[in-house]
Design a binder for this molecule. Structure first.
Ligand code: BES
Ligand code: MN
Ligand code: ZN
Length: 494
C-alpha cells in the first residue's frame, strides 16, 4: 500500500547535480531560456541542453512536457529530465508537471532543480499525488522499485516553498487514504474494518464515533438497515468531527455512501464486472480522505463527516423488491429494486446529519448511478443542488483543483417519477433520467433551509485508465475540491 513519498525541500545547490543518483530534473522555458541549474547541467553534459534547445524536437515541445536524456555524460544520474515549462503557469499546470515527473520516477530518487519557480509547492503536490501504487496484494514486487525513493526539491527560497507545500501535501495524503480505501477488496474492507480505519484518525485530533446496529435501530434508520440486513457484516454509521473553527459556527457536513460491496441484493447484478462494486464505498472514501486532509492541515473550520457503511447482499434475510420501509424522517419507501440501495443508505444518514448538526451546508457523495456514467463518462462528477450560490462555489473549487464537475438539473417533473402507488415514494424512477431521479429521491430528505449539494461520483471515483493525477484505479477525486471549498468558504479568518 502506498504511503506518501517523502519530499525534502532544500536551498538551491548546483553542486549536487553532478553526483545525484536516479533522475535529475531541470527546467527550461519553451523559448529556450535556461536558469542557473539548466546552465550547470548544460556545462556538465558538454552542451547537450543547448543542442536540445536548438533541435526540432524542442521547438515542437509544449509547456508541461518532459524530454528525457538517458545516461547523460557528465552526470551520475541515469536520466536528465528536461521539463519544458512556462514561467507563468497555473496551479493545475504546475501539478500536472509534477505528476509527469512522478510517472517517470518509477521508484528512483528524484532531484528536482526548480530554481526560483513560482509554483514549486504545486509541483510538489503533483509529484505526491501521482506517486501512488496499490500493491498490497502483490507477493513479488514487479520491478523491485522502491516507491518511497526520496524526492529532493531544490529552490532558491526552500523554506517558503516548504511552508506553502505543507497544507497541499495534507491534501495528497487525504487523497491517498481515499484511494487506499477504494482500491481495497471487499473481503478485507468490511464495514468493521472500514470503521476501524476511520477510528484510527482520532490520532489526528478528529472526534470519531461508531454507531452500531442497535443504536441505528433506536434512531430509526430503517432504510439504511434494510440495505445491510442480508449481509453477515454489521451496518454502521461513523461520525467524524473536526472542530477547528469557532465554537458556535454551524459546520459544513459531508455525507458519504459506504456500500463496501454492492451485489444488487435480491435484484442481483449480472456477474460481468460485478467485481468493480468494491468501489461502491467511494463516497465514504472521499469523506474520510477529506476529513484526514482537514485534520492534517489543522483547518480553521468546523466540518463533520458522516458515512453509512453497509454491504448489499442477497440472502434469506435480505430486503425484497416490493418491501415498504419507513425512513428515519418518516417518509415511506417502496423498494422496487434492491440495487437502488445507495439512496436508501444516504437518506437516513442525511436526515440524521441535519437533525443532529444543523449544518450550514451539506454535501453528499455517492457512487450512486450507472446513468451518470452514461451521461458524463469518467470526466465529470454529476452535481445536483438546491442552492445556486453554494453550488457555484463548489463548481469553482472543483475547477481550480482540476477535478471535473458538471451541474445537472432537478425539478418537480423528475420528482413525479418516483411516486409510488403504495408508499410515499419508490426507490427508482425507471431508466429515463436515472441519475436525476436518484437525486430527487435524496432531495426529499433535505430540509428547506439546508443548502445541499449531491455529487454522483460513480464515473470518477475509480477508472480503468490513468488520469492526470493518479494511476489506474481509485482517483481520490473530490478530496482536493472539498478541501478547497472548506478553505474558501468555511474557514474563520483569524
Ligand atoms: N452502485 C451502483 C451504481 C454504480 C454503477 C456505481 C456503476 C459505479 C459504477 C448503484 O447502487 C446501482 O446499482 N444503481 C442502479 C440504480 C438502478 C437500479 C435504478 C444503476 O445505476 O443501475
Ligand atoms: Mn446498487
Ligand atoms: Zn451501489
Amino acid at each position: 500500500m502506498s504511503r506518501l513519498t517523502p519530499i525534502a525541500f532544500e536551498t538551491t545547490d548546483l553542486d549536487v547535480m553532478e553526483a545525484a543518483k536516479g533522475r535529475v530534473v531541470i527546467i527550461v522555458t519553451p523559448d529556450g531560456k535556461m536558469d542557473p541549474s539548466a546552465r550547470r547541467a548544460n556545462r556538465l553534459t558538454k552542451g547537450a541542453i543547448a543542442r536540445l534547445v536548438a533541435s526540432d524536437k524542442f521547438s515542437k515541445a509544449k509547456s508541461g512536457q518532459v524530454i528525457s536524456l538517458a545516461w547523460p555524460t557528465g552526470l551520475a544520474a541515469e536520466a536528465l529530465d528536461v521539463l519544458v515549462l512556462d514561467r507563468n503557469i497555473t496551479a493545475v499546470d504546475a501539478r500536472k508537471a509534477g505528476a509527469t515527473l512522478a510517472r517517470l520516477k518509477a521508484g528512483k530518487p528524484l532531484t528536482v532543480m526548480t530554481g526560483g519557480m513560482r509554483r514549486a509547492a504545486e509541483l510538489a503536490l503533483g509529484i505526491a499525488l501521482r506517486d501512488y501504487r496499490f500493491d498490497a496484494y502483490k507477493s513479488k514486487d514487479d520491478d523491485s522499485a522502491d516507491d518511497a525513493a526520496p524526492v529532493t526539491l531544490y529552490h532558491t527560497k526552500a523554506d517558503d516553498v516548504s511552508a506553502a507545500a505543507a497544507p497541499l501535501l495534507a491534501v495528497a495524503e487525504g487523497a491517498h487514504m481515499t484511494r487506499n480505501l477504494v482500491n481495497e477488496p471487499a473481503n478485507v474492507l468490511t464495514t468493521t474494518e472500514f470503521a476501524d480505519r476511520l477510528a484510527e484518525m482520532k490520532e489526528l485530533g478528529l472526534k470519531v464515533e461508531v454507531l452500531e446496529e442497535d443504536k441505528l435501530a433506536e434512531l430509526g434508520m430503517r432504510t439504511l438497515l434494510a440495505v445491510g440486513q442480508g449481509s453477515a457484516s454489521p451496518s454502521k454509521v461513523v461520525v467524524m468531527q473536526w472542530d477547528g473553527g469557532k465554537k458556535d459556527d454551524a459546520p459544513l457536513a459531508l455525507v458519504g455512501k459506504g456500500v463496501v460491496f454492492d451485489t444488487g441484493g435480491i435484484s442481483l447484478k449480472p456477474s460481468g464486472g460485478m467485481e468493480d462494486m468494491t468501489m461502491d464505498m467511494g463516497g465514504a472514501g472521499v469523506v474520510a480522505g477529506t476529513m484526514r486532509a482537514l485534520a492534517l492541515r489543522k483547518a480553521p473550520a468546523n466540518v463533520v463527516g458522516l458515512v453509512g457503511l453497509v454491504e448489499n447482499m442477497p440472502s434469506g434475510t435480505a430486503t425484497r423488491p416490493g418491501d415498504v420501509i419507513k425512513s428515519m424522517q418518516g417518509t415511506t419507501v417502496e423498494v422496487v429494486n434492491t440495487d437502488a440501495e445507495g439512496r436508501m443508505v444516504l437518506c437516513d444518514v442525511m436526515w440524521y446529519t441535519q437533525e443532529r448538526f444543523k449544518p450550514a451546508g451539506m454535501v453528499d457523495l455517492a457512487t450512486l448511478t450507472g446513468a451518470i456514467i452514461v451521461g458524463l463518462g469518467h470526466e465529470n462528477a454529476g452535481v445536483f443542488s438546491n442552492d445556486d450560490a453554494f453550488c457555484n462555489a463548489f463548481l469553482k473549487s472543483a475547477a481550480s483543483e482540476g477535478e471535473g464537475a458538471w451541474r445537472m438539473p432537478l425539478g418537480k417533473a423528475y420528482d413525479d417519477l418516483i411516486k409510488s402507488p403504495i408508499a410515499d415514494i419508490k426507490n427508482t424512477g425507471g431508466r429515463p433520467a436515472g441519475s436525476i431521479t436518484a437525486a430527487q429521491f435524496l432531495a426529499r430528505f433535505v430540509k428547506d433551509d439546508t443548502p445541499w449539494i449531491h455529487l454522483d461520483i460513480a464515473g470518477v471515483a475509480s477508472v480503468k485508465g490513468e488520469t492526470d493525477f493518479a494511476p489506474k484505479g481509485a482517483t481520490g477525486w473530490g478530496v482536493a475540491a472539498l478541501n478547497r471549498l472548506v478553505q474558501d468558504k468555511f474557514e474563520t479568518a483569524e
